[in-house]
Design a protein around this ligand. Structure first.
Ligand code: DHE
Length: 521
């Protein structure tokens, strides 16, 4: 009996000796200063499972151990034991016991204005054409470069919030640009004065933003919490939080929100419920009688205010990743597997926003990336073309009868596609394939691939954007020691190469504010 007791006691002791370290005090001591109470983020990003979906745990462990280059994240290998480093890595991938809140109070409290609104001059502090600037998002070290689009020389470079995502959005005059980080930070930057003038944290896990065509509003799409957040563009102050919930009380993450300027509305793509929401920002919008509002019961003929009340289009599949016709009457949506898996998508759908229903199916295969689609006129008919994230194909779709005119074989699955009214070619990458270092040119008149460029052999080439006149095309070398390669869009000769830190995207002010059909809006 005694012997058995001793054995059990030894086992217990051995157990204690090898017990995993408690990560909570470790986090408190080493991480909280930058990554915030409840892991909600601060100077550093939020460390919650939803925010870490794009980082493998093994990579997170490497960052905790060795630090992250070009950031303030130091490595802890000299301070912590291997099992403590592992415990911290496990901890940040563990959901918190209580779902974190980010409501009106937290949003309002987060806002700050480094510069008093209206106190800065209304004239650019530089001589370059303010409408031919490029805003370049450098993900390698989380910076933004403002580039002169005539001389191809940087005018200014400043640190951005951690991990910006989605295209920056401009006010209609091109003076201000807004950025969203995956951690929910929205920043307003005064291009004329080269200064961040206001910031606010609108969510914990944010997808993107849209700026209204009248320049008055910024709408934020969130995964966590499941909300749309409306901000005043003037100072980023909170106007309202719109919970995204269907009539049965089921909430949904918001995949993205877009400005449908000709309709004076925002259109939101929902990730978890088969609905499409349109919210008018027109103060004179017709009241909403049917459908439902969060506070109203379905079916009751209640007239809710036309402005900001979601007008709901019911769908037979969950759609996200949208492309809009130039007049915004139609939305082309690709279905994504709701479970986030790699299963093939069941094609795409065309929804008419006026009659609020699906008008056509798009027999697309693979994983079309409609959000990167572009449009032009082919044989006198409006067409749109979409790259595909799973197949080496660009599909060209007739926007009158919604038939696929041609599936053009390319070097490999692509992420982005770009063109310009003044160029005969559409530029498409192959960055999801072994030929990731190629950029192919598709002739918009013959629908044939006519040229393959290889800006830097072995390095990823992606995301083209044109100067305002369409004469030059800027291609990113998507590496930490990357570059912007400037091509003459007619001769296809390289004219300049600027070193950049993983320039994920670049945005020409004029092409964005005029909604060029060759680029994203
Ligand atoms: Fe994006 C735009 C969704 C992963 C870089 N991306 C968008 C938009 C959507 C979207 C809906 C349009 C919003 C806008 O511009 O307002 N992106 C998604 C995804 O669902 C996906 C596949 C998975 C995810 O985790 O979010 C995804 N995106 C990525 C990346 O991995 C990329 C390549 C690198 C990164 O920085 O995250 C990436 N997405 C971009 C860029 C844009 C973008 C550069 C803006 C393109 C433009 O020219 O407008």
């Amino acid at each position: 009996m005694k012997k058995r007791f001793l054995f059990a006691a030894l086992l217990g002791l051995a157990g204690t000796a090898h017990a995993a370290p408690d990560p909570a005090p470790l986090f408190q001591q080493h991480c909280i200063a930058c990554h915030g109470v409840d892991r909600l983020g601060g100077l550093g990003p939020a460390l919650l499972p939803q925010n870490l979906e794009r980082l493998k745990k093994a990579e997170a462990l490497t960052v905790i151990t060795a630090g992250r280059e070009a950031t303030q994240m130091q490595g802890f290998k000299d301070k912590l034991k291997p099992e403590e480093l592992q415990a911290l890595a496990d901890f940040i991938y563990t959901p918190p016991a209580v779902t974190p809140q980010w409501g009106e109070a937290e949003i309002r409290a987060s806002r700050y204005e480094p510069v008093k609104p209206g106190s800065l001059p209304d004239k650019p502090v530089f001589s370059a054409d303010p409408l031919n600037l490029f805003v370049v998002v450098e993900a390698g070290d989380h910076h933004v470069t403002i580039l002169d689009g005539d001389k191809f020389e940087p005018i200014h470079r400043f640190p951005s919030r951690f991990a910006l995502h989605g295209g920056p959005k401009f006010t209609p005059d091109g003076r201000y640009v807004f950025f969203a980080s995956r951690d929910g930070w929205i920043s307003k930057f005064d291009i004329y004065n080269l200064k961040v003038v206001a910031e606010i944290r609108a969510g914990i896990n944010t997808r993107n933003i849209a700026v209204s065509g009248d320049g008055q509003w910024v709408m934020v799409a969130n995964y966590l919490p499941q909300t749309l957040v409306l901000l005043k563009a003037a100072d980023l102050s909170l106007e309202r939080v719109i919970p995204v919930v269907n009539e049965a009380g089921k909430g949904s993450r918001v995949s993205a929100v877009y400005d449908a300027a000709p309709r004076k509305s925002f259109v939101a793509a929902l990730k978890d419920i088969p609905e499409l929401w349109e919210l008018s920002y027109d103060p004179k919008a017709e009241p909403v009688f049917k459908g439902y509002v969060h506070d109203y019961k379905m079916g009751e003929a209640i007239a809710a205010p036309g402005q900001w009340t979601p007008r709901v289009t019911k769908l037979d599949a969950i759609l996200d990743d949208f492309f809009f016709s130039q007049d915004y009457a139609y939305v082309l949506g690709a279905a994504r597997p709701a479970d986030g898996s790699d299963k093939p998508a069941p094609g795409g759908q065309v929804v008419n926003l006026d009659i609020r229903r699906k008008v056509a199916d798009l027999p697309l295969t693979g994983l079309p990336h409609l959000g990167s689609g572009i449009s032009w006129s082919y044989l006198g008919r409006p067409v749109m073309a979409t790259p595909n994230l799973k197949e080496g194909t660009v599909s060209v779709i007739d926007m009158k009868d919604w038939k696929i005119i041609k599936d053009i074989k390319t070097a490999g699955p692509a992420f982005f596609m770009r063109s310009h009214e003044n160029t005969p070619y559409a530029w498409v990458d192959a960055m999801m394939s072994k030929d990731k270092d190629t950029m192919q040119l598709l002739d918009k008149n013959t629908l044939e691939i006519v040229k393959t460029l290889r800006p830097e052999p072995g390095k990823t080439a992606a995301h083209t954007e044109f100067t305002r006149d369409g004469k030059y095309a800027l291609v990113s070398i998507w590496e930490n020691d990357g570059a912007l390669v400037v091509y003459d869009a007619a001769t296809l000769k390289e004219v300049k190469r600027l070193p950049m830190r993983k320039p994920v995207g670049k945005y020409n002010v004029y092409n964005k504010i005029t909604r060029s059909e060759g680029t994203s809006h």
